[in-house]
Design a protein around this ligand. Structure first.
Ligand code: NAD
Length: 251
């Protein structure tokens, strides 16, 4: 029970990686707020059925009012905010195309959700963490930044921006005893990846072959890293990006 008494907000927690983070942090005693544009009540119910406490809150991370009201509800219901996992993002539905074919509106949409969303959520929780004298912000970036994967210039740029934002925020809130770190997953077989024609079995096999551990990455490969960064075990670690991809890339 490494997170007993803590309150964690998981954006994008209705499914996929965010859901796995919500369930794992709840197992460690955290009260969980799942913030998503999708209905997250099934995740909330699963946590409650196992004896935990959870809220499912409709939130669009790219809208300042929506984010502000979500954080206010969490504070009113749970009395504090200790951990923010910025997981919400879009990627598997983005078609693969070179940068010179990406429409400017699509570029804006990806940056607005993937990068501005993390900025807005971090900004909204900051006053609570500052007041409490401690906080943990964990931003989900991507191994695609390290590889410069072609076909996703907007997505890869948003994920690079997240690493930059993580470093700046870490320096700005160190005096408030708030840790800001990033986790970079490799290609992981979440529902959206398994259901996407962009990731057929051959593509997953090619990704696996590049790893030191030659198998598919699954959500549970990432939950330990997020738990570590959410817990007191990482209190002297900030501004870092932990690449969790089975050893495909090094940095
Ligand atoms: P996913 O699509 O299953 O999960 C993303 C979640 O974010 C969904 O529940 C979705 O509803 C939510 N979301 C989207 N837009 C939102 C918005 N405006 N406001 C609030 N919620 C919103 O995908 P996933 O595979 O679980 O990926 C989760 C995160 O991990 C993403 O940030 C993704 O970029 C990152 N990532 C995934 C992989 C992978 O291979 N699965 C690899 C590297 C990084």
């Amino acid at each position: 029970m490494k997170l007993k008494g803590r309150v964690a907000i998981i954006t994008g927690g209705a499914r996929g990686l965010g859901k796995a983070f919500a369930l794992r942090l709840a197992e460690e005693g955290a009260r969980i707020a799942v913030a998503d544009i999708l209905d997250a009540s099934a995740v909330k119910d699963e946590i409650v059925s196992k004896g935990g406490e959870a809220l499912a809150i409709y939130t669009d991370v790219s809208e300042v009012e929506s984010v502000g009201s979500m954080v206010r509800v969490v504070s009113e219901q749970f009395g504090r905010v200790d951990i923010l996992v910025n997981d919400a993002g879009i990627f598997a539905t983005l078609g693969r195309k070179p940068f010179y074919e990406i429409h400017a509106d699509e570029w804006d949409r990806v940056l607005r959700i993937n990068l501005k969303g993390m900025f807005l959520c971090s900004k909204a929780v900051y006053p609570y963490m500052k007041m409490q004298g401690k906080g943990k912000i964990i931003n989900i970036t991507s191994s695609t930044f390290f590889d410069g994967v072609p076909g996703f210039a907007h997505y890869v740029s948003s994920k690079g921006g997240i690493i930059a934002l993580t470093r700046v925020m870490a320096r700005e809130v160190g005096d408030d005893n708030i840790c800001v770190n990033a986790v970079a997953p490799g290609l992981t077989t979440t529902e959206v990846v398994k259901g996407s024609p962009m990731y057929p079995a051959e593509h997953l096999n090619i990704s696996s072959a590049k790893r030191c551990f030659k198998r598919n990455e699954v959500p549970e490969d990432l939950t330990g890293a997020v738990l570590f960064l959410a817990s007191d075990d990482s209190d002297f670690i900030t501004g870092q990006t932990l690449l969790v991809d089975g050893g495909a890339s090094f940095h």
